[in-house]
Design a protein around this ligand. Sequence first.
Ligand SMILES: *Cc1c(COP(=O)(O)O)cnc(C)c1O
Length: 864
Amino acid sequence: MKAIRRLTVRTVLPQPLRGLEELVLNLRWSWHHETLDLFRSVDPGLWEAVRHDPVRLLGEVAPDRLAALAEDRRFLRRLEAAIGDLRDYLTAPRWYQALGADGAPAAIAYFSPEYGIAAALPQYSGGLGILAGDHLKTASDLGVPIIGVGLLYRHGYFSQSLSPDGWQLEHYPAIDPNGLPLTLLREDGGEPVRITIGLPDGRDLAAQVWLARVGRVPLLLLDSDVEDNDRAARDVTDRLYGGGTDHRLLQEMLLGIGGVRAIRAHCRINGHPAPEVFHTNEGHAGFLGLERIRELVDEHGLSFDEALEAVRAGTVFTTHTPVPAGIDRFPRELIHKYFGGPAGLPGVPVERVLALGSETYEDGDRTVFNMAVMGMRLGQRVNGVSRLHGVVSREMFGGLWGGFDTGEVPIGSITNGVHAETWVAREVMDLAAREVPALMDGHGWEGVLGVPGGQIWSVRRVLRERLVLDARRRLRESWRQRGASEAEMSWIDDALDPDVLTIGFARRVPSYKRLTLMMRDPDRLRALLLDPDRPVQILIAGKAHPADEGGKRLIQDIVRFADAEDVRHRIVFLPDYDMALGQMLTQGCDVWMNNPLRPLEACGTSGMKAALNGGLNLSIRDGWWDEWYDGQNGWAIPSADGLSDSDRRDTLEAAALYELIEDHVAVSFYDRDAAGLPRRWLEMVKHTLATLGPKVLATRMVRDYVRDLYAPAAASARAMSTGSFAGARELAAWKTRVMKAWPAVAVDHVDSTGDESPHVGENLNVRAIVNLGVLEPDDVAVEAVYGRVDDTDSIVTPAHVQLTRDGAENGRVRYTGEIPLDRTGPFGYSVRIVPHHPLLAGTTELGVVAQPPDPPGMTNGDLR
Ligand SMILES: *Cc1c(COP(=O)(O)O)cnc(C)c1O
């Protein structure tokens, strides 16, 4: 008989061991080796059996073992030390506390639909979640006062296995929050906090809030599986990225609107300062901006436009993908249904909501509501996640700032990073601590160059062997599930080899990642694997989205190839890619391969994990690798990304990949000196660690966010809110006035002196006569734009210089200024008028500009 309800009965720990509970309830254990060691010593066998999940460990450990530990003085001393260390970690001042209170926000809310904190908390599907987890952990390490917000999915993301013929099977094991390191957020009186959201048919969607402690960072997870909800409402948080459009929208309303309400409850109950900055990751949480507008309208009497300004100033929006399928778009009618009726947000008219998400640019679809577009309109600061992704995003979304060249679109970038303590193998950490002690403080990376190659090589051997053993265990489990008998599995004992060049390839399986590119020429791949002198082994893992039949076919193609008797000891597909397998792979592989269709990989982070463990990257120059590949830290697979024929592109890129592996990767791996060491290889590894190490760390990333986005956003938000939101009121009124008057604003005349025979180093005197209509000179900035011009007279990478007001002429305003002729060759300039207000983040923010109809004053001569 099936149980109708599942509970986790917690162990009552003997008094001396109560501290274990405190340790378990803070997820810091997931990246703290000493605490993990302590858990292991509770029961080493069980620790392996429960896959390093301490809640399960404590749930299943035998009472007599607990009784013995309660008497074990040595264990108790270690326990006490671990608790003392955790408390220190939670309270001591860290990097952020040294910044001083002026710039630094009192708190930052971080919203993401998924979080990858630990394999035992399966609330992530891929890169976005892992990044969010690493962001929170790093914020904790640096003392950044972040509050994370997400949803608790009762079935998380699916776990994957294979059918006998290699087809992906999905399982959704139900999780019991009581069996996870979570506590329920409760009112002072003890009753659980209830968040509710009104629905169009008069129903309420209710949720409770789970609190996960990620070191110093609280993570609030909303969960709609509560008794007051009907079946449909209870299922809103049933699984990650499942269900239809309505379901998706409800999840996002709960995340955005409910998330803000959960933060308010948390701050009220726990005396936490209110966030000054809200960081939205991808469009999914975008409704948080609407809820904050509602609050301001409701509690401070602001108009929608005034509230919008106040909210925008304190909002950071990060776009995480250039792939259209990764961006949420809803039919406009659906938005109408949920935000239009009496259940909509008071003070937030549905027409305004619809306008925020409408694709008003050329090629935009007028029938959809675009969450990313809304995110950009609701956030004064927007960024992509690598330099190249910044470029691509400026092109993709440039239409929102129509008046400006792509280069000036106000979308910046902060390249992602990874949390070292989570991803770097213990052995590598120990080697670093021994050989490069300065590294422990985050500098002195060049010290890696002096580490003896033999020491690195022996650590690499340990990690490769561990991976091989773990892969054999996983293979055996997978073959057993697929129906193989023991006799059919004896080959697995010798599958893979701890001394063979090991290539890893693991990621989600959307088509742009091209899981099967390596199989483009199966004979050539077979030859690589079976090379008698320089063999290669490949470990592959990845999940296809449950609705993605194409992706499942790719997995099946790989599995079928890897099932063949002649190659199965050299190429394996390991099911159920998760954080634990990710750690094993990125630590144990010599080479981390990635071959996306450039430029669709926004950043990618798995290759960073490999690099920090002494692996080398072999990748298309996309995402982070485009930025930091330097010719010596790995290999770049040439991309044929100009080619429109995708089939031919695959063939060319696959051929280049084989060639690189044969002629370069395998050659240098197997080129050994008298001591048996691959000298050249180890030089590359050291160079990689020394130069990439400091860049790929999430500490670099989080510091960048604090300095470039959070602190400026907090300053903007304060400028809006002080004096009963005087700034927001003023800016909203100003914008309305300026936008109304803008059509009359024009550059009427431009001339210059000094352009007869210009020489580099001289200045050009520019004069412009402009018509400001009803606007005041203070409302605008008049700028000269100048620089090198191309064959079409376009100014390439333009520089700007502000012109100064120099009197009036017939109701027009005269501006003058000097342009430095700072380069030889073809040079040009123009003049433009942009809106100017001290509360804007930049001159392009409003997306409007007035320029001369025909750029006059072009001095298209050569400068000498
Ligand atoms: C690191 C990681 C990712 C993200 O890596 P990409 O390089 O973006 O593919 C996804 N899933 C898991 C389990 C990871 O560990």
